[in-house]
Structures are given as C-alpha cells and as structure tokens.
Design a protein around this ligand. Structure first.
Ligand SMILES: [Zn+2]
Length: 56
C-alpha cells in the first residue's frame, strides 16, 4: 500500500508517491523545486497538498 498525490498546480498532472505521507511530501518538495520554482510551499500549500493525498 502506498500514498500518492497529484500535483496541486493547475494544468500539471505530476504524481508524487511514497510509502508514507512524509515520503510523498519529500517527493512533492523535489517536484515543486524542479517543475514550479516560483511556487512556495508554505504551511497553507503543504496542508492543501496533504489533504489531497490518497492511499492506493
Ligand atoms: Zn507539478
């Protein structure tokens, strides 16, 4: 069982996944740094991402 989340940026369908919420967030941070350097992962954004995480 793993966790995944689709990128919250409109028009981006990047999927970040991992074995735990922490791993997913590590992937999200790497993806955002790479694909959306202008997006700041502030507390609100992190919470919004976490709310979208699904168990698959
Ligand atoms: Zn993205």
């Amino acid at each position: 069982m793993s966790q995944q989340v689709e990128c919250i940026v409109d028009g981006c369908h990047g999927i970040c996944e991992g074995d735990s919420e922490d791993e997913v967030m590590t992937e999200v941070e790497a993806h955002v740094e790479d694909a959306h350097p202008d997006l700041t992962l502030d507390t609100e954004t992190v919470e919004a991402v976490k709310a979208e995480i699904e168990t698959v």
